[in-house]
Design a protein around this ligand. Structure first.
Ligand SMILES: [Zn+2]
Length: 278
């Protein structure tokens, strides 16, 4: 069974999941014809669909418990059985209580990364993680308020905006130090303010990728843009540069939408890059 915990120097990274989503690959990667998937059927289900994990990561660093991304969120009443909405159960299964979380860090503000930020309690909106403050990109905060981009952030009005009224928001801008062992690094394109998170401890490194890639096939095909990339050209540029750097530096990667737990490396074999899951 793949390991669900990764140690990076003194930091422990635990892979968590809010569930799974599946799509028709041609719908999710609209510029990639079905035939181009032929070499990558290993990355599709038996029914030829792309399956995305809704991964979050829980970091323990210098006495702090840090949750990166909060999934798609609770399942609305009346919806038939769905394959998501499991993050709090997964936390509980690992003996983590919501009140144990000190920091929530959001790689970006798309709906499948902010869903459990807030909860309803006796008709009031409260933070799901009552002792945490929430770090998010200033650029994405601006973007999710822009009329032209509003439909790209459909649950921001309920899952993100109230954080400010509750006085819980911390803005990240540029390369941003979260702790001595955790730095947010701008990786724009998927969203304007998208951030990946670099973990460095005791000379070891890992990168929490966010949505720079959705499928391991994109390691070989960095030009494949998903329908969720707001600026596909910038996303491609970011993907190429990051893949180059991750391969060169041998950095461990934690990829939330890759098959769980999403830990691996970018390796080169026969002059091509591959995703090598741990
Ligand atoms: Zn996503």
């Amino acid at each position: 069974m793949p390991q669900e915990r990764l140690r990076v120097g003194n930091v422990e990274i635990l892979a968590l999941s809010d569930g799974l989503l599946e799509f028709d690959p041609c719908a999710f990667f609209p510029t990639v014809p079905a035939a181009q998937w032929a070499p990558y059927t290993d990355h599709l289900t038996a029914e030829h669909r792309v399956r995305f994990n809704l991964g979050s990561f829980l970091l323990r660093s210098q006495g702090k418990t840090i949750l990166v991304d909060t999934g798609l969120g609770p399942v609305p009443a009346g919806l038939p059985a769905v394959t998501w909405g499991k993050l709090l159960e997964d936390l509980a299964a690992h003996a983590v209580r919501p009140e144990d979380v000190d920091m929530v860090v959001l790689t970006h503000l798309h709906r499948d990364h902010v869903g459990w930020n807030l909860s309803q309690q006796e008709g009031k909106v409260v933070p799901t993680f009552p002792n945490a403050r929430y770090w998010l990109s200033a650029k994405d905060w601006e973007a999710c308020h822009q009329e032209a981009l509003r439909e790209r952030f459909p649950n921001a009005p309920t899952c993100v905006w109230p954080l400010a009224e509750l006085g819980l928001v911390e803005f990240m801008e540029g390369e941003y130090t979260l702790t001595q062992e955790l730095t947010a690094v701008p990786t724009p394109g998927h969203t304007p303010g998208h951030m990946s998170l670099l973990v460095t401890s005791q000379g070891e490194r890992a990168l929490i990728l966010g949505d720079v890639m959705h499928s391991p096939a994109q390691v070989q095909e960095p030009d494949w843009a998903s329908r969720a990339d707001i600026d596909p050209d910038l996303a491609r540029e970011t993907r190429r540069a990051l893949l180059e750097r991750l391969e060169r530096e041998g950095t461990l990667v934690a990829a939330g939408h890759f098959p769980p737990p999403g830990f691996g490396r970018i390796v080169r074999l026969a002059n091509r890059r591959y995703w090598q899951g741990l």
